[in-house]
Write a protein that binds this ligand. Structure first.
Ligand SMILES: Cc1ncc(COP(=O)(O)O)c(C=O)c1O
Length: 393
């Protein structure tokens, strides 16, 4: 399939307007009830006689609750998804000179964290339809230096975890499951983030259980691995004796105010994911008929779906984005260029056949994300679908 242009459309932003006109792409306004909650938690933590602001009892309780919900033995809260990825890679033993297989289409920290540890990112192609790591291509890139593979759930699709686990076990490499965007998703009844040797969720504001601040959690069902992560997030200390450092670690600790906030709204997490899924279903129902006219919508259903970003694909991506903008509807191109073609990572792109990643090229050239957030009304979703439909008429 040819593409209209290899150059991405810029992110389109729209000014807030009434429900009938503009539809903002992203809208992270805290609901009024959550503003009040944030104020209450801030006051409670600020006036708590304990005066413990980092890694206190609220963080410990949040970790327990998240581990229970996911069905793993431990969860370790830390400072960001990027920090979580670094901790997870370190915990599975990634060291200078190792190779780590990451998707060629995805977020920059997937490769940057590997380089930060002195290891080498090896970019696997993605499936052009689901836009997640192609397990066969990933396995073809395993060498004797490969230490880990990092499947990342992307947009609305979880990576093919059974296939990735199967080759990783066969080849003796660790699986770091980047579920930064997939909290609340399940595949075959098993929670995202619990398939790998270690997994993670980000709480960055726009993520499914995003919060007003930075943070993340690392999950593992391996108690030793989890306690290594626990030490690494706090400069290698074991939480029992201060200033005794077992490893060289990091400052990737978690804030008590944010822990209190996340705990108080944890009962809403499933509802938040369900609302995102309902919006995606509303789009899917409208877009099924447009397939033969050149609009590829994400696969319907609930199994293996994460509903973080609703991205359609079309060879007319840039003109669709312009058409939406002309009607006051925001859209976004996330990864306009595959990671190995970015200046930052070009040195690791490989050569000849190894540098060919047609799935990632197609995903970069064709995807366009439509509004999917908790402040969208059904009418706004319907209007967005109408305007997309009119483009293909
Ligand atoms: C797949 C993936 N991994 C890691 C991260 C980093 O998360 P954070 O922004 O919390 O550092 C992101 C951020 O978007 C992501 O999409």
């Amino acid at each position: 399939m040819t593409t209209e242009t290899a150059r991405p459309a810029p992110a389109r932003s729209t000014a807030p307007a009434s429900d009938d006109t503009a539809v903002p792409y992203a809208h992270t306004r805290l609901p009024d009830a959550e503003r009040e909650l944030l104020r209450e938690v801030l006051y409670e933590v600020g006036t708590d006689p304990e005066q413990k602001f980092i890694l206190g009892r609220r963080t410990a309780e949040l970790e327990r609750r998240l581990a229970d919900r996911a069905g793993v033995c431990d969860a370790v809260a830390c400072a960001s998804g990027t920090g979580a990825l670094t901790l997870a890679l370190r915990a599975v033993g990634v060291a200078p000179g190792d190779e780590v297989i990451v998707p060629a289409f995805g977020a920059e920290p997937l490769a940057a964290t590997v380089l930060g540890l002195g290891a080498v990112p090896v970019f696997a192609d993605v499936d052009p339809v689901t836009m997640v790591m192609d397990p066969a291509d990933a396995e073809s890139r395993v060498t004797e230096r490969t230490r880990a593979v990092v499947p990342a759930h992307t947009f609305t699709a979880m990576a093919d975890m059974p296939a990735i686990l199967a080759f990783a076990r066969r080849r003796g490499i660790a699986v770091v499951e980047d579920a930064a965007v997939a909290q609340g998703a399940t595949l075959g009844g098993r929670a995202a983030g619990t398939w790998g040797d270690v997994g993670l969720y980000s709480f960055f504001p726009v993520k499914p259980f995003g919060m007003p601040g930075e943070g993340a959690v690392v999950l593992s069902d391996d108690a030793e691995l989890a306690s290594l992560v626990r030490r690494l997030r706090n400069h290698g200390q074991d939480g029992v004796r201060r200033f005794v450092h077992h490893e060289v670690g990091y400052n990737s600790r978690f804030d008590e105010v944010l822990a209190g906030f996340q705990l108080a709204r944890l009962h809403r997490a499933d509802g938040m994911v369900a609302r995102r899924a309902a919006i995606a279903e509303q789009y899917n129902a409208r877009f099924a008929a447009l397939r033969e006219r050149g609009l590829l919508a994400p696969a319907p259903g609930a199994d293996g779906r994460c509903h973080y970003v609703y991205a359609v694909q079309t060879v007319c991506r840039d003109s669709l984005a312009a058409h939406l903008a002309a009607h006051g509807i925001g859209s976004r191109v996330y990864y306009p260029v595959p990671l190995p073609r970015l200046a930052a990572f070009a040195a690791y792109a490989g050569e000849g056949a190894r540098a060919r990643r047609p799935g990632a090229e197609l995903a970069s050239a064709r995807h366009l994300a439509l509004p999917l957030h908790l402040n969208l009304t059904d009418r706004q979703v319907a209007r967005t679908a109408d305007v997309v439909g009119a483009f293909f008429d």
